[in-house]
Design a protein around this ligand. Structure first.
Ligand SMILES: [Zn+2]
Length: 134
């Protein structure tokens, strides 16, 4: 991957992350959840290039150390960053629905899709959420 220059460990930052991939996006309240969230924290580490992640210390949060994946980062301190990530291999999953039907969830290296009814309409569905949790 090309290098993304991150602030040094110990620096206070506001990281704007794409929140559209979170598991909560698939529930009935998904429309209430913002698509971009700002996380205020202190840089805890540089990028772990093996996983394209870095961590933030978030004071006063129930999750005091947040692991943030570069692909979800839109901006740091208001400055857009464009992370060029190493290629992520496409994956395919067969997920059983609650009524026994089988759905195919595909990840093309960037986007998740599902062939269920919700997925066909471009909505997040629980099959994608399940595949992501594997
Ligand atoms: Zn689905």
């Amino acid at each position: 991957m090309s290098k993304v220059i991150l602030p040094n460990a110990g620096e206070k930052v506001i990281v704007s992350v794409d929140n559209t991939r979170g598991a909560m996006r698939t529930g009935p309240l998904a429309h209430l959840i913002p698509e971009v969230i700002d996380i205020v924290g202190v840089m805890n580490s540089g990028v772990r290039t093996d996983e394209d992640t870095f961590s933030l210390i978030v004071a006063g949060s129930p999750v005091p150390v947040r692991i943030i994946h570069l692909r979800n980062v839109i901006a740091i301190n208001g400055k857009r960053i464009k992370a060029e990530l190493k290629n992520v291999a496409p994956k395919s999953f067969t997920i059983k629905g609650s009524k026994g039907a089988k759905y195919t969830v595909l990840f093309d290296g960037k986007t998740w899709t599902c062939d269920c009814m919700a997925g066909k309409f471009g909505r997040g569905c629980k099959h994608v959420a399940e595949a992501q949790s594997r």
